[in-house]
Design a binder for this molecule. Structure first.
Ligand code: SAM
Ligand code: SF4
Length: 329
């Protein structure tokens, strides 16, 4: 298994399928000028399936989340999902996507074996969406979300990041909408992972701000630690339940001590954490002809070195070189 020196076991694998994207969210990417990984650097579909197989059959991974960049831009996505669904034991599989194109692909992804999706949507306003993502695609995302729900890729979770001066007043409206549409809404605190290195602690909207804003319209009852398990989101029952809202307070209330994640970048590097500053190169080993057992061993060694926490609030914190879009959020 993938054990670290703090006794944590990683069973949840995030695989980035591409660093490219069709949006330019302000908290993630600059408007232009970001260098993409060159095609030969990217793992091929076969290499991805091989690494997922090693993770599932040799290293105890039970959950696989495909992400990016925008994973729906990866031409082989459905095939990758279908091949991973044939693994024994079969991992649970989900996708984190901006939803553009999901309208066309949701049913095929479900048929291939995808279990559920997380769709990112920060605002109900098409105009605010355009300011935040620098693209006019709001309606596509709403259609993608509906298609995911209809295809049974449920529970459909919606990820929202609040940004001052853009959508910081929208938390209660977003929650009212999500309850109505039967999506499970989770707010994510903005993290220092933007390619432009523009994040500022003082400027961010905190979990505390979000909860205060939601409580102006809803009664929230905290779920206990038992229900939370290793999930990064703290969850609240809304108006007595059963529907819930989550907040991922990665900056102000990080949940590193129960972290069960391991990450694979689109160019085949293992990362122990979103904020890791070191990576282990599995692509190089694979292309040099390493056996499965050797690759599994390198992966175990990498995870053994996982740090206790992300340390964002530590004065010595250094933002990783790779932006979120290239790590896989
Ligand atoms: N393109 C897909 C999407 O947007 O869902 C998948 C990749 S994206 C990097 C994954 C998640 O990371 C999204 O929910 C996005 O909102 C979130 N994200 C990106 N940059 C972030 C940041 N600086 N802080 C917090 N969340 C961020
Ligand atoms: Fe693209 Fe997702 Fe980053 Fe937005 S958050 S720019 S959709 S990768």
């Amino acid at each position: 298994m993938l054990l670290d020196t703090y006794g944590r076991v990683a069973t949840d694998l995030r695989v980035s399928l591409t660093d490219r994207c069709n949006l330019r969210c302000t908290y993630c990417m600059p408007e232009e000028g970001l260098q993409w990984l060159a095609k030969p650097e990217l793992l091929t579909d076969d290499e991805i399936v091989r690494l997922v197989r090693i993770a599932v059959t040799e290293l105890g991974v039970t959950e696989v989340r495909f992400t990016g960049g925008e994973p729906l831009l990866r031409p082989g996505l459905t095939g990758i999902v279908a091949r991973c669904a044939e693994l024994e034991p079969r991992p649970r599989m989900s996708l984190t996507t901006n939803g553009i194109g999901l309208e066309r692909t949701a049913a095929a992804l479900r048929d291939a074996g995808l279990d559920r999706v997380n769709v990112s949507l920060d605002t109900l306003s098409a105009e605010t969406f355009q300011r935040m993502t620098r693209r006019k695609r709001h309606a596509d995302v709403l259609r993608g979300l509906a298609a995911a729900r209809e295809a049974g890729l449920t529970p459909v979770k919606v990820n929202a990041v609040l940004m001052p001066g853009f959508n910081d007043q929208e938390a209660p409206d977003l929650l009212a909408w999500a309850l109505e549409e039967d999506y499970e809404l989770r707010f994510i605190e903005q993290m220092p992972l933007d390619a432009q290195h523009g994040w500022q602690r003082d400027g961010m909207i905190t979990a505390g701000d979000i909860l205060q804003s939601l409580r102006t319209r809803f009664t929230l009852t905290a779920e206990g630690e038992d229900e939370r398990g290793s999930a990064p989101a703290e969850r609240w029952l809304v108006d007595g339940g059963p529907q819930r809202v989550g907040v991922i307070a990665s900056v102000t209330r990080p949940f590193c001590r129960a972290c069960d994640r391991t990450r694979l970048t689109a160019d085949g590097q293992v990362r122990t954490c979103l904020f890791a500053t070191e990576e282990s190169d599995l692509r190089g080993a694979m292309r040099a002809g390493a056996e499965d057992a050797e690759i599994a061993d390198s992966w175990r060694k990498a995870m053994w070195g996982k740090k206790a926490g992300a340390g964002i609030d530590d004065p010595s914190f250094v933002q990783p070189q790779r932006p979120m879009s290239a790590i896989g959020g």
